[in-house]
Design a protein around this ligand. Structure first.
Ligand SMILES: Cc1cc2nc3c(=O)[nH]c(=O)nc-3n(C[C@H](O)[C@H](O)[C@H](O)COP(=O)(O)O)c2cc1C
Length: 360
């Protein structure tokens, strides 16, 4: 039986334990998408804290795909070079460095959460987002959106492929395709936002074509011995209209496994502000990960209000998911994994940095 401190080998990448730092935007670049000292300290401390996988925030594969002007990017050699020392530091601590490859679609070009203003960024700092159609996300003061044509879609696939190559160059061992939270790839697979009538719209096969092709493109350039993850929104949480459901997610997860995804990171929602989440208590999304794991026969990560060592351990121990993915708890406690090892009496399973040994 596996528990939180059982290593996991995916392809030939050994992950020392089952804790993953969930991707979390830091909105801390200077408008050019280049990693800064903030990223080095933020990601570096969570590696010192013992997490098995330290994943970056959503890194935009193209400048148009940034959620905010301060987002991290991975669209040029300069971006890879800026990340490389952090990747190396994370690896030196024994964590597996991972990057989330993202395109914000129609939800791009908004103010970062801790800015004085909220909503879309207009004017010279902003830009025109792209989406499956020209319908904007229902902000109060929305941008115009450019509907992607065939050439635009092909360019997006190439952007993801190039971003994966650059990530490899920076030293990352896991690439995650961000297909959740109402951003571009989710906008294509959800019937709420994709009303196209061409080969990238219509039925399930048409709407999921883009995420399948993007995942295949990333897999093509990602080495055979390293894993590719995909993050999905398991449901749109819009039961009263035609929308994306957990059944669809099970089907898509199996299809993504076919094109080379090694693990599905199961999240939820984000496609429309009308969404109604039935509950946001502890482990509220774990049942989705559990269904995907058993019905699609694919490895999963569970995320959403996992906050305690016992809770994270339970998720893995009972086979609900292969990884316990924690976001906000890692903001409160960068050393979550070391604290969990102490609490669960598994200190022999973690490496405490020599510099910190006297504090144990
Ligand atoms: C500050 C912050 C930034 C986030 N940025 C991202 C992101 O870049 N990519 C992503 O897929 N999810 C992002 N999320 C969502 C988290 O990864 C996670 O799915 C969500 O917070 C639920 O997990 P939690 O209850 O452990 O916080 C973000 C969440 C927070 C709190």
């Amino acid at each position: 039986m596996s528990d939180l401190f059982t290593p996991l080998t995916l392809r030939e990448t050994e992950i020392p334990n089952r804790v993953m730092v969930s991707p979390m935007c830091q909105y801390s670049c200077d408008g050019d998408g280049l990693a800064t000292d903030w990223h080095h300290v933020h990601l570096g401390s969570r590696a010192v804290g013992g997490a098995g996988i330290v994943m970056t925030e959503a890194a935009a594969v193209d400048s148009v795909g940034r959620i905010s002007p301060q987002d991290l990017g991975i669209w040029s050699q300069e971006h890879a070079d800026a990340l490389a020392p952090t990747v190396e530091f994370v690896r030196e601590q024994g964590s597996v460095p991972a990057i989330q490859l993202a395109h914000a679609g129609r939800k791009a070009a908004t103010h970062r959460p801790f800015a004085d203003e909220s909503g879309p960024v207009h004017g010279t700092e902003g830009w025109t987002p792209v989406g499956p159609t020209d319908v904007p996300y229902p902000h109060d003061d929305p941008h115009e959106v450019d509907a992607l044509d065939q050439a635009g879609i092909e360019a997006v696939i190439e952007d993801f492929r190039r971003a994966a190559e650059l990530s490899l160059d920076a030293g990352f061992e896991i690439a995650e395709v961000h297909g959740a939270h109402g951003y571009l790839l989710h906008e294509f697979y959800s019937p709420v936002t994709n009303t196209r009538e061409d080969d990238y719209g219509g039925d399930y096969a048409g709407r999921t074509r883009l995420i399948r092709e993007v995942t295949a493109a990333v897999r093509e350039v990602w080495p055979d011995d390293r894993p590719v993850f995909v993050r999905l929104s398991a449901t749109d949480w819009l039961p009263d209209r035609e929308s994306w459901t957990v059944d669809d997610t099970v089907r898509l997860s199996a299809d993504l496994k076919e094109v080379g995804a090694d693990l599905v990171d199961v999240s939820g929602g984000g496609i429309h502000p009308d969404q109604r989440i039935p509950g946001t208590g502890a482990h509220y999304q774990v049942p989705y990960a559990e269904r995907v794991r058993s019905e699609a026969d694919v490895r999963t990560g569970a995320v959403g209000k996992i906050t305690t060592p016992e809770g994270a351990d339970e998720v893995v121990r009972n086979g609900r998911a292969d990884l316990a993915i924690l976001a906000r708890e890692h903001l409160r406690d960068p050393y979550f994994t070391l604290h969990a090892a102490k609490e669960l009496d598994r200190m022999e399973a973690v490496t405490v940095p020599g510099q910190y040994e006297r504090g144990i």
